[in-house]
Design a protein around this ligand. Structure first.
Ligand code: CMX
Length: 429
């Protein structure tokens, strides 16, 4: 792993140097104002974190280093992790080394299965995923080294070491949860060292390993969901938790608990359910007018349209476009994909005029389409979709926290105020 470790070290040193200059040259520079609207509005738009793994442009979407989605959508999750944490794509040798490292570390300890199998069959897969990760927390190298005493300059190395151990186990852990809940608990226990993370996931889920296009979809899925800068609920939560030097298992589990909410990652499950309800009511080939009526009735009932809107994006999510390209190439006749397209035809116009134009972004996000593709390939238990999102998003948590620890970023602790303080303060203005 020397090559990866050396590259991460160099990146951290260079970022640290740049930040030191910034800190020394502009210690009092003002980045923005904090308004009442900001603090009562979920801190939306407040620039208050540094995140170097990725950046979300409101009009162009996700950037990793200077690469946009069309530049990296054909890469593997392994390449993307390398890119997130080092800032550059791996060479062939570096990639092979990383793949074999993940392979060596991929076995989930037996006690985790005992824990998960003892849980109720009604437990949500995201809860099991989060608990499965927590159950492995005892293996944290960071935790053990920290208890013995290590210099701050070594924190990132053990965060990276824990990250590699954790990421390697995610396909087996996630697939095991799928099989415990939906396949009578029969785990697929043999492994194939030639498979990469996405191939291993597909195989262990129990889907035909020789169905290359499902493995390709899973590869794309794990790439597109990997990171979305630092302020989204899941990444931010993992950053806050890790900033207390809680290890990466604790931080990843916490981040995933945020991802499990319907306004964030769970939206992919809700979207598939939404389409299923349309099909239940109108059949598998609803007309555009029927879809429009369903959307309007949903809003009238006080619900949000899942898969539409975004806190940062102001255009159709390029991840949606990337999945649509895959769908058009591999399953254009899927009724679910067809309904996704009909929704895309009607929802933006409806949302534009909804609540007096209050919806900041009427366009689809990644969750509007991702589940329909999984469904097409036979993964019909849509409660599992957010786990698929989660496997990928842990790559981002790990990369962000490794770099944050390398930069010796302090514990995150913004100040809260009371309503009385606010009233008093504003009276004096
Ligand atoms: N359907 C109905 N109303 C919507 C809406 C949607 N898809 N998107 C936004 N709105 C409403 C909001 O609920 C809000 O109404 P109130 O002020 O009455 O509460 C108003 O429009 C303004 O919200 P906004 O500034 O446009 O959006 P936010 O930044 O507050 O929220 C998001 C962003 C994603 C939570 C919101 O668009 C939403 O709830 N979308 C549906 C759920 C979804 O797809 N989530 C997944 C996002 C991607 C991800 O994180 O995975």
């Amino acid at each position: 792993m020397e090559k990866l470790i050396e590259k991460v070290k160099r990146r951290i040193e260079s970022l640290a140097q740049e930040l030191e200059h910034i800190y020394n040259d502009y210690p009092e520079a003002v980045i923005g104002e904090i308004t009442v609207k900001n603090i009562l509005g979920g801190m939306r738009g407040m620039k208050s974190l540094v995140c170097n793994t990725s950046y979300v442009d409101p009009y162009k979407g996700l950037f990793i280093s200077d690469l946009e989605i069309p530049d990296f959508e054909d890469k593997s999750p392994e390449e993307i992790f390398f890119l997130l944490v080092t800032g550059s794509l791996p060479s062939v040798d570096e990639l092979n080394e990383l793949k074999s490292e993940f392979n060596k570390r991929s076995r989930v300890p037996q006690h985790v299965w005992t824990t998960l199998k003892s849980m109720s069959q009604t437990t949500h897969p995201m809860t099991m995923f989060s608990i499965g990760i927590l159950a492995m927390e005892g293996e944290s190298v960071f935790k053990q080294k920290y208890a013995r005493g290590i210099p701050k300059s070594d924190y990132w190395k053990y965060t990276l070491e824990d990250s590699l151990n954790l990421i390697a186990k995610l396909p087996e852990l996630a697939a095991g949860i799928y099989r415990i809940l939906f396949m009578n608990g029969e785990l697929i226990d043999t492994s194939d060292e030639k498979l990469d993370l996405a191939g291993n996931l597909t195989y262990r889920l129990g889907f035909n390993r020789h169905n290359p296009s499902f493995a390709d979809l899973n590869r794309l899925y794990l790439v597109l969901h990997c990171d979305h800068e630092g302020g989204n609920v899941s990444a931010f939560t993992s950053r806050v938790v890790n900033s207390a030097l809680s290890n990466i298992y604790l931080a990843a589990s916490a981040g995933l608990n945020g991802l499990a909410g319907p306004l964030h990652g769970l939206a992919n499950q809700v979207c598939l359910n939404f389409i299923t309800c349309i099909h239940d009511q109108f059949g598998n080939n609803p007309t555009v007018d029927q879809v429009r009526d369903f959307v309007t009735a949903t809003l009238d009932a006080g619900k949000v349209i899942p898969g539409y809107g975004h806190a940062v994006l102001r255009v159709t999510d390029p991840r949606f476009t990337s999945f649509m390209k895959f769908g058009d190439a591999h399953c254009s006749d899927s009724p679910y994909l067809q309904t996704v397209k009909k929704l895309f035809q009607v929802v933006p116009d409806i949302l534009r005029s909804y609540k007096g134009g209050k919806v900041a972004n009427p366009w689809p996000n990644v969750d509007a389409i991702s589940g329909s593709l999984l469904y097409h390939y036979g993964m019909t238990h849509y409660e599992f979709y957010t786990v698929m999102f989660g496997i990928s998003r842990v790559l981002g948590f790990c990369a962000q926290n490794t770099i944050a620890r390398g930069l010796h970023q302090p514990i995150i602790r913004p100040k809260s105020v009371t309503t009385a303080w606010l009233k008093e303060y504003l009276k004096k203005q």
